[in-house]
Design a protein around this ligand. Structure first.
Ligand code: NAG
Ligand code: NAG
Ligand code: NAG
Ligand code: NAG
Length: 384
């Protein structure tokens, strides 16, 4: 047995190497879209957690035994009914949080969910990398909602694998889960629960950004080797988009069923700097399988006019005023236009409302809570 001190030192050394590498690559890399799953607040102190915390052990109570092996888990999830159980049954939203840290906006989400007319309208799931520390532990609506999680890190397929794991658990957990939304710890809701619910459950399509001809498109496609994606994923099939999508149940099922395309995206990248499977796998797969079933836009607002080493603008506490929220709400999403037949009128005419936004610094919690009732969850709020 190593002593606690030498064990800690060992972990630091082990963990610093890849981190130093990622940071070096990251500095040279500026993309239009880039991943972010709680790594903004990542510090060396949170890296070598004293212990993998109990808070991250699987505690959601499932109706059936859930395999820990991903392939078995997804195979089981692929066999659920992809449709609503019956026309009149409740349609629930699955809120899926992918994190490596405690959730800084948990109190805001708590208030958001509290505004729902019934607890029967949603389910919460958390994927929490078990190699990290969660202090304070998940509580309130997040308590006992952690699914069986595995280590996940940037520039590898593990983030996309974690999102697939969340989808599989949510499919198996509740046949009434109807829309599946993915969030990072720095995402916040900017509409009331009821507005969000109505917008999502009445949509006949998924909301997933699907873009083509983005910067570094080729480098991203070729990150696993020049011809590694062939023949399953031709360069022409390859798409880029925000990892913050909302998928219909039938598309969640498409993800769980897919082995062919995932087998390519699950490969180790030779070029880590252009390796963002979580931004490529989902838009590519859904664009290949059902482009017309997707609104090719994300409903999670982000500001890429500032690109800080591959990270979008992060709102600091002092910037978080009612005008900011109202401005984000009034922005029209960016629609990718090739997946559904060129300038399809239904995209040209659309203007879907942003329901969520990122990235907010943890210190923004105070100002956000201060305007939760009057602005954030007040759908008729307007500039004064
Ligand atoms: C993805 O790749 C990893 C590492 O090669 C492997 O252990 C895992 O089983 C793969 N996942 C699936 C679902 O195929
Ligand atoms: C939830 O709502 C109830 C009544 O509507 C209120 O009493 C309670 O304080 C709220 N809790 C939170 C966390 O907002
Ligand atoms: C695209 O639109 C044209 C004309 O409206 C139609 O004939 C064609 O089938 C469409 N293609 C696809 C892939 O939907
Ligand atoms: C919601 O916004 C409207 C318009 O700005 C305002 O009149 C109303 O008082 C707000 N509601 C709450 C609960 O603050």
């Amino acid at each position: 047995m190593l002593s606690p001190t030498s064990f800690t030192l060992f972990c630091v050394l082990l963990l610093c190497l890849p981190v130093a590498f990622i940071f070096t690559v990251q500095r040279e890399f500026t993309a239009v879209v880039s991943p972010e799953f709680g790594f903004g607040s990542l510090s060396l102190f949170s890296l070598y957690s004293r212990n993998a915390h109990d808070a991250s052990s699987p505690v959601v109570r499932f109706r059936q035994p859930i395999p820990k092996d991903d392939e078995q888990l997804l195979a089981l999830a692929s066999r659920v009914n992809p449709n609503q159980p019956s026309p009149g049954s409740i349609r629930k939203l699955a809120f899926m949080f992918l994190t490596t840290s405690p959730l800084p906006f948990a109190p805001l989400w708590e208030t958001f969910f509290n505004g729902s007319s019934s607890k029967e309208l949603y389910n919460v799931y958390v994927h929490a990398d078990p190699t990290r520390d969660y202090d304070p532990p998940f509580s309130g609506v997040f308590e006992s909602r952690v699914v069986h999680s595995k280590h996940s890190e940037r520039n590898t397929p593990t983030l996309a694998a974690a999102a697939r794991r969340l989808i599989a658990h949510a499919l198996l957990d509740d046949p009434q889960n109807y829309m599946f939304a993915l969030f990072s710890p720095s995402c916040v809701p900017i509409r009331s629960f009821d507005f969000t619910y109505e917008t999502l459950v009445t949509s006949r399509r998924s909301f997933i950004e699907i873009l083509k001809d983005e910067p570094l498109q080729f480098e991203r496609w070729a990150a696993r080797g020049p011809l590694a994606m062939l023949p399953e994923v031709r360069f022409d099939d390859f798409r880029i988009g925000s990892q913050f999508w909302v998928l219909k149940r039938r598309h969640a099922n498409v993800v769980a069923r897919d082995r062919r395309v995932w087998e390519k995206f699950n490969r180790t990248c030779l070029w880590k700097g252009s390796c963002f499977p979580e931004e490529n796998y989902f838009p590519t797969l859904l664009n290949m399988r059902d482009p017309r079933g997707c609104v090719p836009a994300t409903l999670t607002h982000v500001d890429w006019t500032i690109n800080d080493g591959g990270h979008p603008r992060m709102y600091e506490a002092e910037e978080v005023v009612p005008e900011l929220i109202l401005r984000l709400r009034n922005t029209r999403p960016r629609y990718g236009d090739d997946g559904i037949n060129g300038s399809d009128w239904s995209v040209v005419e659309r203007s879907d409302p942003f329901l969520f936004a990122r990235k907010f610094s943890p210190e923004a919690l105070g100002p956000l809570m201060g305007m939760a009732r009057t602005v954030l969850f007040n759908d008729s709020a307007c500039a004064t």
